[in-house]
Design a protein around this ligand. Sequence first.
Ligand SMILES: *Cc1c(COP(=O)(O)O)cnc(C)c1O
Length: 456
Amino acid sequence: MEQRLLYYSTNLKAEAVSFSQALLKGQAPDRGLYMPQSIPGISPDEIHHYSGLSYPGIAFDVIRRFLKGEIADGELKELVTDAYDFPVPLEKVYDRKYIMRLDQGPTASFKDFAARMMGRLMQYYLKKNGQKLLILTATSGDTGSAVANAFYGLDSIQVVVLYPGSEVTDRQRKQMTTLGKNVHVLALDAKFDDCQALVKQAFSDPDLDHLSLSSANSINIGRLIPQIVYYFYAFSRLRMDNHPEQIIFSVPSGNFGDMMGGIFAMKMGLPVKKFIIATNENDEFPKYLETGKYEKIEPSRNCISSAMNVGHPSNLARLVALYGGMMDEKGIIHRAADMDLMRKEIFSVSISDQQTRETIRNMFRDNHLILEPHGAAGWAGMLEYFTLYPKDYQPEQLCVSLETAHPAKFPEEIKKTIGLDPELPESLEGLDGKPEFVTAMPVDYLEFKKFLLSSF
Ligand SMILES: *Cc1c(COP(=O)(O)O)cnc(C)c1O
């Protein structure tokens, strides 16, 4: 077997571990996030070769490089083939400007890409070691259902999902609460950040050690690695033959897991000209990129792109680490990142709710495409970028904006904006009549701990 790639903690106070340990732990014991000690490279020739591979074929080749020596090729191939059995459409808007629809998985958001792979990898290692796991996950809407769906019915894994009671749509809620079995759903009268804080506190509580807690939030490196793949996939389908070129991506972002996948792809060798990071009115990142000073937003602002209502992106410490800096879990910067390089590679802009609605309206009117609020923020971010860099608006420049959820997950907002009820994908049908299983929980760590100790 090849030499293993080890994973270090961004807080630099914990031991480096193997991929499987990082995957099963989630967060490092020093509260940092796991990062690979080096980033595997992919040569231009190998990238060209991707044009002849299927999505699972590319996924296998990318993911394998991070799991060196920890899983046999044949077994990994089976896992990716099983995880990625749905299409990844690239829809042309005009010229070489595209929308990549990451909404065709079983819970109709891009979170399926990560959750399905992570679930399969966890199951693989747990079975091998005869272990059990209790997954705690906070969700702003889509993680909960993707994770619950990916782990549903597995006997070695129990799942607890915490969500902000009044900040998810009915459909998003029902995707989690109608499952039952090993999926336990807690509704909190709180913000996403409060849910996340309870989960983080549980991870560092020694009284809960015996429960083998793990995280399925985007702090888990096992979620991040699968999100590298679709950036390579988009380029493999859209690049011109025998013509060197660079691609521009626009990523609607909240906790920055999606965007980190893209940055990893670029650092591995994908020819990216620019990443456009669109946030909603939670603009802590665009401000940080501009000034070099970071201030989280507490409490986070409520926007219609609710899955991006994040006042302190949990993956930011990873981004800072990749650019040579060090940020702790509280968002305090101990060593500055290379901001000049970051600004060269990343453009970031905050998109208001009003702009988001206008974008949904214009996209429908001009291009007959339906975007939901997150994907619309991504597209709006790209348009903002073009006003500053008009050269990249030219027809030959390849640009891809990510649509991160299916419009039918946000029917209220779509109806209000364009007067249309988006057609339900098969995966979302039949939720309405089903019974829901959900427990109300106060924002109180001791109550949460009591629940965990008495239930598991
Ligand atoms: C989670 C989510 C996002 C934000 O992704 P991050 O990885 O947290 O930045 C954007 N859109 C949708 C629909 C989501 O569910």
